[in-house]
Design a protein around this ligand. Sequence first.
Ligand code: COA
Length: 276
Amino acid sequence: MIATEQSGIAWVVLNRPDKRNAMSPTLNDEMVEVLDAVAVDDRSQVLVLTGAGNSFTAGMDLKEYFREVDALPPVQQEIRRRTAHLWQGPRLRGFPKPTIAMVNGYCFGGGFTPLVSCDIAVAAGDAMFGLSEVNWGIIPGGNVPQAIVHTMSLRDALYYGMTGETFDGRKAAEMRLVTEAVPAGRLRERVIEIAELLKAKNPTVVRGTKEAVRHIRSMGWTEAEDYINTKLAAAVNTDPEQGRARGLTQFLDEKSIKPGLQAYSRPAGESEGHGR
Ligand code: COA
């Protein structure tokens, strides 16, 4: 694992290129630690998850995560495997900063969970995706079915889950599994552009928006309305830069912005990430 900070972006790199960044129990343990460290590190405002070499991740490690752990007693199996679900699911989905998956190559099987857990995903047009579980004899685990039905259409989830056929980054974008696909040579540049857009926004509001959008999917209309209103009030009350008041003043009194076209001007230092 490599985690570096650069101009407010935490680059978290799955770093087992000789194993196509397959996710072993050790990698999973490290990812929990890395995510927890980046979450509270004021130097970064956005997290980018990517892979070293020609792979985002080849999915769960068939040797270290499956075969070797299968040989352990049941309780030890549970302990050895639990960090996979922890980092790929709750830690990443609920990450307190915006997250971008930069899919630079292979993305197979269990790799779909961290992919979907990131808020935004940008893929190289020639990246290769596949729900390969069927090809080695298992039903997709690790909440992969949940991840795919949340992002792909039912038809696409069933087709690719049942056939294991591969598809490229362009097709992934067409299916909305990723936000967009760009030529491989522009991948990093495009991810930085999106990270810069996010960095310039009010982090309290960005965080509340992502939480609201994610959480209401499992709620009915009325519960969602109630939850959002509560969330909105909490964000207004806890926002250190009082964005709502600033936005209203700059539009209605000073007439210095049009919120439809640009964001309110934040207090000095905030957009450079010195405030939270
Ligand atoms: N688990 C464990 N090891 C893996 C792995 C995985 N998911 N994916 C790749 N590796 C290992 C290979 O065993 C090989 O190890 P070795 O050098 O010790 O023999 C090494 O990584 C390189 O893999 P290789 O298959 O030679 O690379 P490739 O570039 O020709 O093919 C893939 C890349 C991703 C297409 C191919 O490795 C593959 O199909 N991997 C399995 C993908 C999968 O089904 N994942 C789902 C898991 S839920």
